[in-house]
Design a protein around this ligand. Structure first.
Ligand SMILES: Cc1ncc(COP(=O)(O)O)c(C=O)c1O
Length: 397
């Protein structure tokens, strides 16, 4: 960069708030990936939760038409267009039987990650505790840290169906907590939550006056007749809760950056205040395309489920042959695979990359309680999955 040559190098320390982020654990694994790629190995990545399937054509066409409209070129209303919010409310009614007021109970997001990251800024003061699942989607922790909050881990253990044990939350933590993050169907464990658990969460939240933010990004990626619940279906949930939603996984739209938060209007208003001061909403043409997705035919979603289910079957059968046993999940496109006792999750990951050119994510990357597992993301086609299994068979684990 020309100007950096002229100006003296300055040394400015990173803000202290960044110190609270967990250490980056993948430096060693990244090095191995680079080294193997440089050797010309064709890596098969099962590491990233980013659908390989294209966005359905009717949604792409809706964007093309909407991008032509001059009115869409201006700043959008920060809370989302009326049409978008009404489409979300209709979708919620149709899908979950939950009635929402589009004017006060729906807020557009630049992807659900944005809403999750910003929510603590609205409600968390320095020193407030936030209950976060471990293993879990890292943004719950990061958003808490950026707001000066204190993330308090709720371990997700296989012995409890990867649900947090609410009775094990220390009274001191329950007293200090203002917010709990939950996510079902779950990333990374692929677990789902029964209604009774969600009822217990609502009771806990009322008793301790805690906001619940339920992340439902994977609610539509479910199999074998299993139909995930909305948190808002539970009696009393609306008084304490918000639900974060995304079009990313349902319609293969990760790159489009569109999602929404729904639920308690007062809680949404807090989040909206943060957002009006930091972002200017979702491109209106993208909102129009999201309307086409939410109000359009469901066949594309059914096809997506069929594809992931077939990949699940191929992978589970292959893993069995290799001697790895994973549960068949009811939802998500992940497999949460126990690591044989002779390895840590990072060691097994390194070995799979180095010797087979197959890239999983080590469970430790999702928190200390993710140790003992690797996550496989079934976001490559059947042929690549079969090839990954064949390569792993040759290596032998
Ligand atoms: C559990 C969970 N929540 C939220 C997101 C964010 O999705 P988006 O920001 O694309 O809506 C992801 C993405 O992988 C996720 O796994």
């Amino acid at each position: 960069m020309p100007f950096s040559r002229r100006s003296p190098l300055i040394s400015v320390e990173l803000a202290k708030r960044l110190d609270g982020l967990p250490p980056y654990l993948f430096a060693e694994i990244d090095k191995v990936k680079d080294e193997i790629r440089r050797q010309g190995v064709d890596l098969i990545s099962l590491g990233i939760g980013d659908p390989d399937l294209p966005t359905p054509p009717h949604i792409v066409q809706a964007l093309q038409a909407a991008a032509e409209k001059i009115a869409n070129h201006q700043y959008p209303p920060y809370e989302g267009t009326q049409t978008f919010r009404s489409a979300v409310a209709h979708w919620y009614q149709r899908r979950f039987g939950v009635k929402l007021d589009p004017a006060t109970e729906v807020l557009s997001l630049i992807g659900s990650k944005e809403g999750i990251g910003h929510l603590p800024l609205a409600y968390i003061n320095p020193g407030d505790a936030v209950l976060v699942p471990d293993p879990g989607y890292p943004v719950y922790h990061a958003g808490t840290v950026f707001a000066g909050g204190d993330p308090v881990v709720m371990p997700l253990r296989a012995s409890n169906g990867f649900l947090p044990d609410l009775k094990a939350i220390a009274p001191e933590h329950a007293r200090r907590a203002k917010l709990m993050f939950l996510n079902y169907p779950n990333n990374p464990t692929a677990a789902v939550a029964p209604r009774e658990f969600l009822e217990d969460v609502v009771e806990f939240a009322h008793r301790h006056r805690i906001i619940v933010c339920h992340d439902a990004a994977y609610s539509e990626v479910a199999f074998g007749g299993y139909c995930p619940l909305s948190f808002l279906e539970v009696d009393g949930a609306r008084e304490v809760g918000l639900e974060m939603h995304s079009l990313s996984k349902t319609y293969n739209m990760t790159g489009w950056r569109v999602g929404f938060a729904v639920g308690n209007p007062h809680l949404l208003a807090g989040l909206a205040t943060v957002k009006t001061n930091l972002d200017s909403g979702v491109f209106m043409a993208v909102q129009d395309a999201a309307v086409a997705a939410l109000t359009g035919p469901d066949e594309c979603v059914e096809e997506m489920r069929r594809i992931y289910q077939r990949r699940q079957e191929i992978t589970l059968a292959g893993l069995k042959e290799i001697g790895l046993q994973a549960e068949r999940p009811h939802a998500t496109f992940y497999l949460w695979v126990p690591v044989p006792p002779q390895y840590t999750s990072s060691e097994l990951t390194t070995r799979m990359i180095r010797e087979a050119g197959v890239v999983p994510t080590p469970g430790i990357g999702f928190g200390a309680h993710g140790e003992g597992f690797i996550r496989l993301s079934l976001t490559v086609d059947d042929h690549r999955i079969r090839e990954a299994i064949e390569r792993l068979k040759i290596v032998g684990l």
